[in-house]
Design a protein around this ligand. Structure first.
Ligand SMILES: *Cc1c(COP(=O)(O)O)cnc(C)c1O
Length: 235
């Protein structure tokens, strides 16, 4: 496809996603300005990120360092400067790479990972924003903290000079009602804000369940498929 063709395809999809967010906000009695769209560009090329940035997208999400690091470099070389959110499971040996391009790491789920990020982030000019990923169903193998680990990991992030605790992130389990999942996340967020008043971010909601997330206080929705199209499942 030509660049112009892809641009108009992305523009149309972006308009639809914004309309869904606005409708969900209106229904929830919330201003649409409270919800930030994070365009999840994993598996899609740097050229799509550049086009989205040109269409006004301010935040993009990636889940693998091997893919994100070169993509972020290409996007920067094109003069586009979106905020990069790292949203995937992160190995401690990748933290040095991730802190070079990420503005936010949304998937911190252990004290050891928080400590590794804090050390790596010393090389940055500014603190790294961090969200603690919550496992809604307690199956931590797929990422996220369960139970009291939320408070332990949050305290560890908040104590690090090079990190800034921003809030929580979660993915609704596939076999759960998303309203129930995001209601639970919202309750945890309210408790977190009592302990850490500036940690107000709630990253929740994907292409299939953004409306439920907005109903339950999401401040960030992470949208891939509805914006960029179906991803190749073979990866
Ligand atoms: C891929 C991904 C998304 C986007 O999912 P879509 O259903 O394509 O919108 C959101 N969050 C995380 C953590 C992801 O890995």
């Amino acid at each position: 496809m030509t660049d112009a063709g892809r641009r108009s395809e992305l523009a149309a999809a972006l308009a639809q996603v914004h309309e869904r967010i606005e409708r969900a906000c209106t229904a929830a009695g919330r201003p649409a300005s409270e919800v930030t769209l994070v365009a999840v560009t994993k598996t899609y090329p740097a050229s799509d990120v550049v086009l989205l940035a040109g269409l006004g997208v301010t935040d993009v999400g990636e889940n693998r360092d091997q893919e994100a690091a070169p993509k972020a470099a290409l996007v920067r070389a094109e003069g586009a400067t979106p905020r990069w959110h790292f949203i995937g499971q992160l190995q401690r040996n990748k933290t040095r790479s991730v802190v070079q391009y990420a503005d936010v790491v949304e998937s911190v789920d252990s004290v050891r990972l928080a400590e590794a990020l804090a050390r790596a982030a010393v090389s940055r000019g500014a603190p790294l924003d961090v969200l603690v990923q919550v496992s809604i169903d307690g199956d931590v193998a797929r990422g996220g903290v369960a139970g009291d680990d939320l408070w332990r990991v949050s305290d560890s992030v908040a104590a690090a000079d090079t990190l800034r605790l921003g809030g929580v992130m979660a993915v609704a389990p596939v076999d759960w009602d998303p309203d129930r999942a995001f209601e639970l996340l919202h309750g945890l967020s309210e408790r977190l804000v009592k302990l850490h008043p500036s940690a107000t971010a709630v990253s929740a909601g994907m292409s299939g369940d953004l409306e439920a997330a907005v109903r339950h206080g999401a401040t960030h929705v992470r949208i891939g498929t509805s914006l960029l199209g179906m991803r190749n499942l073979l990866r």
